[in-house]
Design a protein around this ligand. Structure first.
Ligand SMILES: [Zn+2]
Length: 82
């Protein structure tokens, strides 16, 4: 294997190890997840400050899905109380 390939492999393994062992205690603020500057994914992510693992995600564009879930929970509550 070339030296650069070997280095990249070693680096990758080091990062994986860091992310596995990290308790993710301190998180960054919410930031928009983008695959390029002009196109957001409609999601926001909170990565860990230490290792960069995305610990929390939330959907900002698809509010309809969230609304449906809330309504379903409400219906269940009504049914059990009647
Ligand atoms: Zn972490």
């Amino acid at each position: 294997m070339s030296q650069i390939g070997d280095m990249r492999e070693r680096h990758k393994r080091e990062i994986e190890e860091l992310q596995l062992n990290c308790p993710h205690e301190e998180l960054e603020g919410w930031m928009k997840e983008c695959w390029d500057p002009a196109h957001g994914t409609g999601r926001e992510v909170r990565p860990c400050k230490e290792c960069g693992t995305v610990v929390e995600t939330k959907t900002t564009a698809l509010t309809r899905a969230t609304h449906q879930t809330q309504r379903r929970q409400h219906d269940n509550g009504q049914r059990s109380s009647v």
